[in-house]
Design a protein around this ligand. Structure first.
Ligand code: HEM
Ligand code: HEM
Length: 176
């Protein structure tokens, strides 16, 4: 069975961990106590990892253009090919738009923005635009979570209904 390139596999799993971590940090930060600056630490990590995801997404897009993915197995129907392409394309769009909306919404307050302690400039947009970016950030967060559910359901469907394990294509385990 053909595999994605080593670069695509490394970026896929590194970014999966960071994005799932950031979805958890974003949706669950209200449950983190504010005492001892715990919540602000979580959010400062959320922002730092989120900003890193912008750079990683650009690197990944470049890598994807230079290294086309392996062809899908022959038995894939036209519908499955369309669905897989749509979900993967939407993932790429969300991986970039979600953290960018987070960056734009930083203008909602006057607190300095940082990447692991290194100062990062803000866009300097009006409050109304920053508020819209906030709404977008939340909507895109839910959208990315829905895409992740579809993605994982697709992989489970292929494994259990089609008896075809796609995980080795993404570097997990050996192909039959
Ligand atoms: C937020 C987390 C994740 C994101 C953003 C993500 C994104 C993607 C994208 C964009 C692709 C297509 C790669 C390309 O064509 O360039 C892909 C493929 C793949 N992903 Fe994920 N993924 C995530 C989590 C996962 C998880 C948890 C699993 C395991 C259950 C997984 C398993 C796979 C597999 C097996 C493929 C290859 C599909 C194929 O055969 O074409 N991914 N993923
Ligand atoms: C791929 C990266 C990112 C993901 C997956 C992500 C995801 C999320 C999610 C799901 C929420 C909760 C939304 C809600 O229910 O209101 C959230 C909140 C937040 N995010 Fe992100 N985010 C990312 C990047 C960023 C970046 C780059 C920044 C800023 C530089 C940022 C700043 C924030 C802030 C300040 C909140 C709290 C908003 C509030 O409670 O009012 N995020 N994020």
């Amino acid at each position: 069975m053909s595999r994605y390139s080593k670069g695509a596999i490394t970026l896929h799993w590194l970014m999966a961990v960071l994005i799932i971590g950031n979805l958890a940090g974003g949706f669950l930060h209200d449950f983190v106590p504010t005492e001892g600056g715990q919540r602000s630490l979580v959010m400062s990590l959320h922002k730092s990892f989120g900003l890193s995801i912008i750079v990683l997404s650009l690197v990944r897009l470049g890598w994807r253009l230079a290294n086309p993915p392996p062809p899908l197995p022959n038995y894939f129907t036209t519908g499955e090919r369309f669905l897989s392409k749509t979900v993967h394309g939407a993932f790429y769009a969300a991986m970039l738009a979600l953290p960018l909306s987070g960056w734009v919404m930083a203008d909602r307050n006057t607190r300095p923005l940082g990447w692991f302690g290194v100062p990062v400039p803000k866009f300097g947009v009006e409050k109304a635009i920053a508020d819209t970016a906030h709404d977008l950030h939340e909507i895109l967060g839910w959208a990315l979570l829905a895409l992740l559910a579809l993605h994982v359901m697709g992989i489970i469907k292929h494994k259990w209904l089609d008896r075809d394990n796609l995980l080795p294509r993404m570097g997990l385990g050996r192909a039959r």
